[in-house]
Design a protein around this ligand. Structure first.
Ligand SMILES: *[C@@H]1O[C@H](CO)[C@@H](O)[C@H](O)[C@H]1NC(C)=O
Ligand SMILES: *[C@@H]1O[C@H](CO)[C@@H](O)[C@H](O)[C@H]1NC(C)=O
Ligand SMILES: *[C@@H]1O[C@H](CO)[C@@H](O)[C@H](O)[C@H]1NC(C)=O
Ligand SMILES: *[C@@H]1O[C@H](CO)[C@@H](O)[C@H](O)[C@H]1NC(C)=O
Ligand SMILES: *[C@@H]1O[C@H](CO)[C@@H](O)[C@H](O)[C@H]1NC(C)=O
Ligand SMILES: *[C@@H]1O[C@H](CO)[C@@H](O)[C@H](O)[C@H]1NC(C)=O
Ligand SMILES: *[C@@H]1O[C@H](CO)[C@@H](O)[C@H](O)[C@H]1NC(C)=O
Ligand SMILES: *[C@@H]1O[C@H](CO)[C@@H](O)[C@H](O)[C@H]1NC(C)=O
Ligand SMILES: CC(=O)N[C@H]1CO[C@H](CO)[C@@H](O)[C@@H]1O
Length: 400
């Protein structure tokens, strides 16, 4: 990802020169254990490349091996302490220890520096291979629990088969509280909106300034089950930014749903299946199309991006019952989005009455589906007309 700076040079003590490289293994993933990215970690490689009379020169490379957790503005910081001089180092080299990685906030835990096989370098002409004098590896893993972050993202749900729109749970990311924290959120129609936002910008903090909502989250992901076809079904996903202080560049969404093994088409987002467990393809990473919607603009009329997903039904597993059509898990930029409680999901009308399928019901279903397929090809205003006619005919048949 682009959020990696190429190389950073830093002098720490006068005796040790460190050259920083941040390796961005493409668009690549962590909680200390994240079920969707079990091998995700950040690895710091510390290569001593030459000895100097009073110390050494080292190249420090940071590899982000996480599938979907990238480093956001204002960037990362790496800290460490020096171990006491050790007799087993031939030179007066100093061993770094107790690494702390902020990327940018807390959340990462780094293990000890381990001496590993020295890195080999191929010279630029490709003819010689040199090798580091010494190499240490440090592995850092992320834990959302450790980050002690309040949620930053929530999910709302709706469907074509039920009018109910299930909103994000109230107070997911905070509560509106005019008494103790006036100004904790902004009303979009406030005449002072512009001045509040620019005031906050001057303070130069990265704390979100959110639009007043019942959930108070900077990000909401809405999943709408839009259409049911014979062999396919269609979902519309909308990501809305409620934060007036953040343009999310290179955002990403991780979605877990069992039908991702048969995703047929995806509009206006990029897609990559994540296979944490080889043979289960139920998780996907979605991200924006460059120059089109890879930038999720700050709160306001432009602060949203959307896509439609077309899934092929697997007749043995597909159902709209029991909320099957809704996602199991959603992450925005690596952070878990809070879902509404399962018992609030929109459900199929008359779900309780379905056991008694009479011949009449079968007949109605058959005729309606024939009618609807036919009508699909016609204009919208024609549709109502035609449906009425067919229902009329149907009534006639019944009366006969
Ligand atoms: C760190 O991630 C890489 C790539 O996924 C993996 O090969 C390596 O084993 C991981 N390291 C640890 C200590 O988990
Ligand atoms: C490691 O660093 C942290 C924070 O800088 C400090 O609280 C802790 O005591 C250090 N641990 C060791 C073993 O030096
Ligand atoms: C040390 O880290 C680098 C970069 O991830 C990796 O290529 C190397 O295999 C690691 N060494 C060991 C012994 O894990
Ligand atoms: C907070 O204050 C604003 C304006 O003063 C008002 O419009 C809004 O309804 C208040 N919200 C709550 C939860 O009291
Ligand atoms: C977001 O981008 C727009 C257009 O580039 C810019 O006007 C606005 O100031 C940016 N907002 C933030 C919070 O960076
Ligand atoms: C999972 O997805 C990968 C990559 O698209 C594909 O190669 C593999 O066959 C899929 N496996 C299953 C079980 O769908
Ligand atoms: C739609 O789903 C809600 C639950 O979210 C339920 O209370 C309501 O009765 C359902 N509507 C119909 C028409 O079944
Ligand atoms: C469905 O049929 C069962 C018996 O076959 C009956 O007890 C039940 O009341 C019926 N339910 C409805 C909604 O008609
Ligand atoms: C209906 C359908 O196409 N099902 C396929 C979904 O994907 C799995 C795994 O790729 C296939 O085995 C199914 O046949």
């Amino acid at each position: 990802m682009e959020l990696c700076s190429r190389s950073l040079m830093r002098f720490t003590t006068p005796t040790i020169l460190l050259l920083f490289l941040l390796s961005c293994s493409t668009f690549t993933s962590t909680e200390a254990y994240d079920a969707l990215d079990p091998n995700g970690n950040i690895t710091i490689k510390w290569d001593v490349i030459s000895w100097t009379p009073d110390g050494y020169v080292a190249v420090v490379t940071i590899f982000n091996f996480q599938q979907y957790r990238h480093i956001q503005a204002p960037g990362w910081t790496l800290g460490w302490t020096w171990a006491k001089k050790r007799g087993d180092m031939e030179h007066d080299g100093r061993v770094p220890k107790n690494f702390t990685l902020k990327a940018p906030g807390p959340g990462y835990t780094c293990g000890p520096a381990k001496i590993v096989k020295p890195t080999k370098y191929v010279t630029s002409d490709g003819r010689r291979v040199t090798q580091a004098m010494m190499t240490w590896n440090v592995t850092c893993t992320y834990s959302q629990f450790l980050a002690q972050k309040t949620p930053t993202c929530c999910v709302s749900l709706s469907s074509f088969y039920n009018d109910t729109i299930v909103p994000c749970p109230t107070c997911t990311c905070g509560c509106q509280n005019n008494l103790t924290q006036p100004g904790s959120c902004v009303n979009p129609d406030s005449p002072y909106l512009a001045s509040v936002v620019s005031e906050q910008e001057k303070r130069n903090s990265y704390a979100p300034l959110v639009q007043c909502t019942s959930h108070m989250c900077p990000i909401r992901v809405h999943w709408h089950v839009k259409v049911n076809y014979k062999d396919y079904w269609r979902v519309k996903v909308t990501i809305t930014n409620f934060n007036y202080r953040m343009n999310y560049t290179k955002w990403n969404l991780v979605v877990q749903h069992p039908n991702f093994d048969n995703l047929t088409q995806l509009f206006s987002f990029n897609y990559k299946p994540l296979n944490p467990y080889q043979n289960i393809n139920d998780t996907a990473m979605l991200w924006g199309v460059q120059f089109y919607n890879d930038l999720l603009m700050q709160a306001g009329p432009l602060g949203n991006v959307q896509s439609e997903l077309l899934f092929q039904k697997d007749k043995s597993t597909f159902t709209f019952e029991k909320g099957w059509g809704f996602p199991r898990r959603i992450y925005f930029n690596g952070d878990n989005c809070v879902m509404p409680p399962p018992d609030a999901y929109p459900y199929l009308p008359n779900a309780g009455l379905r056991q008694n399928v009479s011949l009449l019901v079968l007949l109605i279903t058959l005729l309606t589906s024939v009618a609807i397929q036919f009508v699909h090809k016609l204009e919208r205003n024609m549709k109502q007309f035609l449906l009425i006619v067919i229902v009329g005919e149907f009534t006639a048949i019944l009366l006969l």
